[in-house]
Design a protein around this ligand. Structure first.
Ligand code: FES
Length: 118
């Protein structure tokens, strides 16, 4: 098990071995780290669009809805204080962890996520 520390002003995208995650920002300081992997064929969810009615991210590749339950269940446990993040990597055999700053298309409609975060 590892704890990853970073500042979201510098990074918003995490790669752990072959698995990718990104910060999905809500309003009022509520944020989550969710998988960037569409369960259909691995499409990049950070380039998707939030669908209010379906409560899901619409994958940009084949337009399948990735439900919030999938996103939360497959996200990373984390604690945020301001822009400082502390992320639990609950894998024993992690070989490589990297951080990046990417354009997250979903940030354009993130405020709709707020009510789903407990
Ligand atoms: S890869 Fe996401 S809908 Fe096909």
């Amino acid at each position: 098990m590892k704890i990853l520390h970073f500042d979201s002003k510098e990074y918003n995208f995490i790669t752990i071995d072959k698995n990718k995650y990104f910060i999905f920002k809500g309003i009022n300081g509520k944020n989550v780290i969710i998988p960037d992997h569409c369960p259909h064929r691995g499409g990049p969810l950070h380039l998707g669009k939030w669908d209010e009615k379906k409560e899901a991210i619409i994958c940009p590749w084949h337009r399948i809805a990735c439900k919030k339950q999938y996103l939360i269940h497959n996200g990373l446990p984390a604690v945020r204080v301001g822009t400082d993040w502390h992320v639990l990597i609950d894998q024993l055999d992690v070989q490589d962890v990297s951080l990046q700053k990417l354009h997250i298309a979903l940030e354009e409609n993130l405020n709709k996520w707020e009510r789903y975060i407990v």
